[in-house]
Design a protein. Structure first.
Ligand SMILES: CC(C)(COP(=O)(O)OP(=O)(O)OC[C@H]1O[C@@H](n2cnc3c(N)ncnc32)[C@H](O)[C@@H]1OP(=O)(O)O)[C@@H](O)C(=O)NCCC(=O)NCCS
Length: 206
């Protein structure tokens, strides 16, 4: 990672203005979803829940398919197997895994998480699966007593949930820059905080 915020981060290469997009995020002038290969899949047909240990292989496959490479799949599985606390959520439709979101503990502010990776099956993009996964994940993290979350990602996407780069500015970390964002799960959790942010070891390989 070159640390300027556009490097291959914890969820793929962050490009100017956009996150890496799937090839099948089809739209028409009439609105989204019209051309999705699975037809109109209502978000209500998708279940969001914690992942189960027997879903590791399906998570690996989904991550690799979503990112088009193995690095994020390895990251997710290494983190989930490792000693650091994680929260792993999946989106499931009719028994098929269509999305995955992982949080893992980082050292820095008290009870702090990193959000990475976030992956949605290319066939289910632009249906708010990613949005709902993040919403469910943040709710789950708050309920579990986590106080703040950092992500390396597109401000337009993550800003909708309350992530802001200003909150992440005091963090000293290799990938500090405009794409490093943070949000508080508890009011003022990051107020007055500054210092190093130490990610679990598997992040050094991405
Ligand atoms: C990025 C990703 C998770 C988005 O998932 P998704 O379920 O298709 O996204 P949503 O349907 O929830 O998108 C919600 C909104 O964000 C926008 N959006 C979708 N993908 C986006 C992207 N890559 N960059 C910026 N905005 C994006 C949508 O257009 C939509 O906007 P609208 O509300 O104005 O219509 C998915 O494209 C993916 O898995 N990409 C490959 C892996 C990746 O890059 N992960 C994120 C790393 S930080």
């Amino acid at each position: 990672m070159d640390g300027d915020g556009r490097a291959a981060g914890h969820g793929g290469r962050v490009q100017e203005g956009r996150l890496p997009r799937g090839s099948r995020g089809l739209r028409t002038s009439g609105g989204r979803k019209d051309l999705m290969p699975h037809g109109r899949v209502a978000i209500s047909q998708i279940t969001f829940r914690d992942s189960a240990p027997e879903e590791d292989a399906a998570i690996r496959e989904l991550e690799a398919r979503a990112f088009g490479r193995e690095e994020e799949a390895d990251l997710a599985l290494d983190l989930m197997a490792g000693p650091v606390e994680t929260l792993s959520l999946v989106a499931v439709r009719e028994g098929r895994l269509v999305g995955h979101l992982l949080f893992s503990r980082i050292e820095g502010p008290e009870r702090c998480l990193a959000l990475a990776p976030l992956a949605v099956d290319p066939d289910f993009r632009e249906m708010y699966v990613g949005t709902e996964l993040v919403r469910h994940g943040l709710k789950r993290a708050r309920e579990a007593g986590w106080k703040s979350v950092f992500v390396l990602g597109e401000p337009n996407y993550y800003g909708r949930f309350g992530f802001r780069s200003e909150l992440a500015d005091p963090a000293v970390v290799e990938w500090q820059g405009p794409f490093l964002l943070a949000m508080e799960l508890e009011p003022d959790a990051l107020a007055g905080w500054s210092g190093p942010l130490v990610y679990p070891e598997p992040f050094s390989k991405v």
